[in-house]
Design a protein around this ligand. Sequence first.
Ligand code: 5RP
Length: 221
Amino acid sequence: MSAEEMKKAVARSALEWVTEGTIIGVGTGTTANHFIDALAHSQLQIDGAVASSEATAERLKAHGIELWDLNAAGTLSVYIDGTDEVNARLQLIKGGGGALTREKIVAAASTRFVCIADAGKKVDVLGKYPLPIEVLPMARSYVAREIVKLGGDPELRDRCTTDNGNVILDVHNMQISDPVALETQFNQIAGVVCCGLFAHRPADVMLLGQADGSVLTEKRP
Ligand code: 5RP
């Protein structure tokens, strides 16, 4: 089974975590897109969704799913989103699609975070995937110098402006042995809008699509 087929299978299985009659949060990326399509074709009746990006909002709208502003929606029953890496504690690296800031906000505002991915995203130690950091444009060079002091190699993401009008530095060559501490360190750099480490607020449930078509469920220890 290809990674794409695993993503589709896991996206379908995430429907089980949706509570009818509630507003849910929806993430960004190819796996989240499969979830949106599966939701639209299911019989589930939800009150609507809060999108973590403009792209996701467009897709939800195209399917006729009602969009909510997070300020009006209040606490969401569940947030469903993909990831770039996940470790055994369900801590994540996210932001490959550039939507990390809104994703972190919607995850924080949700009672449960159900993460969906193909089996290839599971790692022992986070950091092989370059860690995205959303940065205010005027702070780009300063933040890059601070990242070098933390031992990373920052690279400005080419032709990328986020939904919030910012830039992204992808940080290479970090072996992230203490994700909570590193997320705190990045958060303290002036000019950093958001760090792609989801360690303070990891996923609660991880659904991992396997090569044989099955889906492995892991819950946060
Ligand atoms: C977007 C994200 C995505 O969830 C992450 O990049 C995974 O994407 P995909 O489902 O396409 O593999 O964090 O900012």
